[in-house]
Design a binder for this molecule. Structure first.
Ligand SMILES: NC(=O)c1ccc[n+]([C@@H]2O[C@H](COP(=O)([O-])OP(=O)(O)OC[C@H]3O[C@@H](n4cnc5c(N)ncnc54)[C@H](OP(=O)(O)O)[C@@H]3O)[C@@H](O)[C@H]2O)c1
Length: 224
């Protein structure tokens, strides 16, 4: 059986996903969306992303947390997560964790729409892990990342949100379903997109620390 691997991230319209080991925004709607999408599935993250999660919120509940780090030479349990020395080994561990009971299991997501393929495991960051996972064609168990769930943030013109970590660039297919330019990350089509909304309590932080209004849209893409 071929399992399906997804990647989930949040980016500004300029492709920024992080700054100084954190994310330059506060986005409650996006946090709720991330939880809803990933709950019940194993999540794979780089060591820096694990460290960016405040200790009281980790491991992420209801999901097997897999952290990759070259500081370990073999799989070991640490702080409620499984630490693994490579992405390949993490993918085998994710396969073994698919369907395993995870606590708490009372809030598993509603069943997905019939036309949305079920994702068995999620890559949840950060920049270096997305880059490796999206560009590889030989991922053990999963082959390639086949689904991307991304939240797009739009900031009013003139309020630039800077950062040091970027999302992988995705080539979108034209109306005929082809990509005109070949890209190491492959060719993608948008399968669902929510209307742009203005976040009630969320904001984007510019370099001066000013809170800027945030508009967001959730997008699902599948690899062609
Ligand atoms: N916007 C979003 O959706 C989102 C999501 C997640 C994270 N982020 C942001 O992204 C930034 C972190 O990204 P990052 O690229 O700096 O770090 P990262 O990808 O989270 O972690 C990098 C670390 O993971 C380990 N690692 C990565 N690839 C590996 C491999 N193939 N084999 C073994 N270990 C591997 C290494 O740990 P060791 O050094 O221990 O060997 C490496 O230093 C933060 O700003 C974070 O807030 C944003």
């Amino acid at each position: 059986m071929m399992y399906r691997l997804g990647a989930i991230w949040t980016q500004t319209d300029a492709g920024i996903i992080g700054r100084d080991g954190d994310m330059p925004w506060y986005a409650p709607e996006d946090l709720a969306h991330f939880k809803k999408v990933t709950l019940g599935a194993p999540v794979i993250m780089g060591r820096r992303t694990w460290e960016s999660v405040p200790p009281r919120f980790r491991p992420l509940p209801g999901r097997t947390n897999i952290v990759i780090s070259r500081s370990v030479s073999e799989a070991e349990e640490r702080d409620g997560a499984l630490w693994i020395p490579s992405l390949d080994a993490a993918l085998y561990a994710a396969r073994d964790a698919v369907g395993a009971p995870v606590e708490p299991n009372s809030e598993l997501p509603e069943s997905t729409a019939a036309n949305t393929p079920t994702v068995d495991a999620w890559i949840i960051g950060g920049g270096s892990v997305y880059a490796e996972a999206l560009s590889r064609t030989d991922l053990p168990v999963f082959g390639r990342v086949k689904t991307v769930e991304r939240t797009l943030f739009y900031c009013q013109e003139g309020n630039e949100i800077t950062g040091d970590t970027r999302a992988p660039e995705l080539q979108l297919a034209n109306s005929a379903g082809n990509c005109e330019v070949s890209s190491p990350n492959g060719c993608w089509r948008v399968t669902s997109e929510s209307a742009w909304e203005n976040s009630e309590k969320g904001y984007l932080l510019d370099e001066s620390g000013t809170k800027n209004p945030m508009y967001f849209s959730f997008q699902r893409l599948e690899r062609i």
